[in-house]
Design a protein around this ligand. Structure first.
Ligand SMILES: [Zn+2]
Length: 125
């Protein structure tokens, strides 16, 4: 009695090893791995999806929105408060530049008034 298991000859064993080489997953697996950065800072070890460079957990399935409506929908889904939109950031930069110019002009006038004697020498606005 052999417990109901089939006999494993050395030839059969070699065939089984050869068959499993392409699908076996382990530290010496030769296939393509995902490599995305995980939360631990290490590279993801999962195999990639076919014809992709990432696993299904790291964006391998998604190819992104293609249609105009789809892109618009994703954009609206990510929109939170509008403080970092291109138009808002541009407006903030222009306003900051205007404020810098105003402060420089004010500083210049104060220095002129200090030199005239209108303001004391230790004047601080
Ligand atoms: Zn991954």
């Amino acid at each position: 009695m052999n417990g109901g298991q089939a006999q494993t000859s050395s030839a059969n064993c070699d065939r089984q090893i050869t068959l499993g080489l392409e699908t076996r997953f382990g530290p010496n697996w030769t296939g393509r791995r995902c490599g995305a950065k995980t939360r631990q800072g290490t590279a993801c070890q999962k195999p990639t999806l076919k014809a992709r460079t990432r696993c299904q957990l790291h964006g391998g399935k998604s190819t992104g929105p293609k249609t105009v409506e789809g892109r618009q929908r994703v954009s609206e889904a990510h929109y939170k408060h509008g403080r970092r939109t291109n138009t808002q950031v541009t407006a903030d930069r222009e306003r900051a530049q205007l404020n810098r110019e105003i402060r420089a002009a004010l500083r210049e006038r104060i220095n002129m008034m200090i030199q005239d004697g209108t303001l004391p020498k230790n004047y601080r606005p």
